[in-house]
Write a protein that binds this ligand. Structure first.
Ligand code: FAD
Ligand code: NAG
Ligand code: NAG
Length: 615
């Protein structure tokens, strides 16, 4: 009864939000902001960019700055839906057509508390890519992350060399920032979340009482605690579409074709030179040529998929599927991701957390539409981040191996409407853990392992380019069990922080309901937590490494430090799939940086080409 009433309320609120939004007129109206004709016309371009996510959107914007080159963007999805602008509805975006809806192949002894024991691996299929459905957290990562990239044989990628690109993108209005690391006036908005619950203040204070410095984690020192920094503009989502595509869309040298699914890169088998792509639009096949380069920015699942469909991949795998081999490469052989454990929940005795009724009250809606303020600007409940090193880390000082994500609420807050579905929590587990919290005040701490040792891989399911690839996670399978131990240490750290005076003031207590399936272990023992983690640990969506960047001597490398596919001319991969090792970050900001740097690499090569032609 209660849930239905709330569902109804929320739905009617959606309708209201929708109409109010169109009155303001700043949302993407399908087929008007983006012209969708032009297929089959003007079939020669200088550059073809495939995909418009964090990286692709930047590449398209920067390349089309030069009116002398012609660019075609091919994007499999359509324009974003207007609800994607409302930050609090982040989770809901995953239930729309903007998600590819992929699943990880079932893994033994993992995801035991999920529906059908299946974990979803969502990605954005929409103009703006995954930035239209993500949680908008903006974090660049650690100095040492990029110095490692450079030490792995990738000249140009040290922290000092990538920092200018992080800065170039951003327009930061963060209150407490290390100004020499930040920038104002870039295209991508980075701001504080206008709305904060009282509980996040307790977290930030509690961490400080536990010894954490208060930092700009995108500045000088990452280790410490801070309120979350987000890709928001006037309280609304600032996606790659809004930041980079929208301002360039009317340039006459840029063609944007939506609902255009690239199935293959065309490569001359003799010269090993890429010269165009094939794509599907409304079931029709089109061919387009690129006089200069083809750039894959299709993300960590699809860039490797397209390469393999085009004959670039592991020899045996391609032979199995009878795809003619153009170049033997370890495409998709290693896939790293970030996990989080959902079971650290704490109750408080005072109403200091977020709640649904308040979020969708008339006052809140007014606040959002008129001022870009209020609970609707909350980025899916994420309010603060803390970075630290566990006592089992193998990394040098200054490089965190764990992040704690503070949520001023939890899976109970939306009464099971979105979060439960996003993570596919089974009814049994949800009813045991979260339903009882619906009448209480509770917050969550999601620990995220930053540098997992375990890794999965990706393969083609078939030669059909419309088939989802086969995705394997292999989580918590590293032989020394470091990944599990790291999470265990994070649980202990979260418990320590919640014992701080700042939290105890509110009668903070850990929820001790056992996860169904783990009742046989003593609550709070290490074996209990391991069992719980095997039930309700899920992805936080940072797949990387499937087209690794590295020197030609690196047996795992697919692209070189200029992001060119080794051994193939005129073909680059520019997106998060090139990230050569785990990073201490959510990877959207990293994707933007790779887009900025990649575009500059292309421009430099183009200038050299012009110079040669003049001679
Ligand atoms: C639910 C969720 C929450 C997240 N939260 C955060 C967060 O808070 N902070 C953060 O930093 N990161 C977050 N991430 C991760 C981050 O958003 C992505 O890793 C990042 O945006 C990836 O950028 P990309 O450019 O590599 O690829 P994408 O952004 O995935 O872009 C790839 C694009 O290529 C298109 N494409 C794919 N195949 C084809 C084809 N064959 N033909 C044509 N087009 C194609 C896709 O439709 C897509 O638009 C989240 C991810 C998810 C799923
Ligand atoms: C595209 O390039 C290929 C190979 O060079 C050529 O055979 C084909 O005619 C070109 N198509 C167009 C439309 O120019
Ligand atoms: C790490 O800390 C936890 C508790 O805080 C302790 O149980 C464990 O033994 C420590 N591990 C190491 C390797 O010091």
């Amino acid at each position: 009864m209660k849930i239905n009433y709330i569902a109804l309320n929320v739905l009617s609120t959606f309708a209201l939000l929708c109409s109010a939004q169109s009155v303001r007129g700043d949302y993407v109206k399908e087929n008007t902001l983006y012209d969708q004709s032009g297929h089959g016309r003007n079939n020669i371009y200088d550059y073809i960019v495939v995909g418009s996510g964090s990286a692709g959107a930047v590449v398209v914007n920067r390349l089309s700055e030069d009116p002398g080159v012609k660019i075609l963007l091919l994007e499999s999805g359509g324009p974003p839906i207007s609800h994607s602008e409302k930050p609090v509805l982040a989770s809901a975006q995953l239930l729309t057509r903007q998600n590819w809806n992929y699943f990880m192949e079932r893994q033994a002894n993992f995801c035991l508390g999920l529906t059908d024991e299946l974990m979803e691996w969502p990605r954005g299929r929409v103009l703006g890519g995954t930035t239209v459905i993500n949680f908008m957290i903006h974090i660049r990562g650690n100095r040492e992350d990029y110095n490692r990239w450079a030490r792995m044989g990738n000249p140009g990628w040290s922290y000092e060399e990538v920092l200018p690109y992080f800065r170039k993108s951003e327009d930061s209005t963060i209150k407490i920032q290390d100004s020499e690391y930040r920038n104002q006036g870039g295209l991508l908005s980075v701001s504080d979340v206008p709305y904060r619950t009282e509980s996040v203040n307790a977290f930030v204070k509690g961490c400080q009482e536990a010894g954490y410095p208060y930092v700009d984690y995108n500045g000088k020192n990452q280790l410490g605690v801070s309120y979350v920094q987000a890709n928001l503009r006037v309280g609304r989502r600032c996606s790659a579409e809004k930041a980079f595509i929208r301002p360039s869309r009317n340039r006459p040298n840029l063609q944007i074709r939506l609902n255009s699914h690239v199935t293959k890169v065309l490569i001359d088998p003799n010269t090993k030179r890429a010269y165009g792509v094939e794509y599907l639009h409304r079931k029709r096949k089109y061919v387009v040529n690129a006089s200069l380069e083809v750039i894959l920015s299709a993300g960590a699942f699809h860039s490797p998929q397209i390469l393999m469909l085009s004959g670039i991949g592991p020899r045996n795998h391609l032979a199995e599927l009878q795809i003619p081999l153009i170049k033997d490469h370890p495409v998709g052989r290693k896939l790293y991701d970030h996990l989080t454990f959902l079971g650290l929940i704490f109750t408080v005795t005072k109403p200091i957390v977020g709640n649904l009724i308040e979020t969708f009250s008339l006052a809140s809606i007014t606040d959002f539409f008129l001022f870009g303020q209020g609970p609707i600007t909350s980025i899916g409940g994420v309010e603060a981040l803390a970075y630290f090193q566990t006592n089992v880390t193998t990394y040098p000082e200054g490089l965190p191996d764990m992040e704690l994500i503070f949520i001023g609420g939890g899976l109970h807050t939306d009464y099971g409407l979105f979060f439960k579905n996003q993570f596919r929590i089974s009814d049994k587990v949800y009813d045991a853990l979260w339903t009882p919290l619906q009448n209480r005040y509770a917050f969550s701490i999601f620990p995220m392992g930053l540098h997992p040792k375990s890794y999965g891989y990706i393969k083609l399911r078939s030669r059909n380019p419309l088939d989802p690839p086969l995705l394997y996670g292999n989580f918590f399978t590293d032989p020394e069990n470091v990944d599990m131990k790291t999470f265990m240490a994070a649980i202990r750290e979260a418990q320590r922080i919640t014992k701080s005076p700042a939290f105890q003031k509110y009668g903070t207590e850990q929820v001790k309901t056992p996860v169904p399936g783990c009742e046989n272990y003593a609550f709070d023992s290490d074996p209990y937590w391991e069992c719980a983690m095997r039930h309700i640990t899920v992805t936080l969506h940072h797949q990387i490494h499937t087209c690794k960047m590295g020197p030609v001597t690196d047996p795992e490398a697919v692209v070189d430090a200029k992001l060119r596919v080794h051994g193939i001319e005129r073909l680059r991969v520019i997106d998060t799939s090139v990230i050569p090792t785990t990073v201490s970050a959510h990877v959207s900001a990293v994707g933007y940086m790779i887009g900025e740097k990649g575009a500059d690499l292309i421009k430099a090569d183009y200038r050299n080409l012009l110079r040669e032609n003049e001679r």
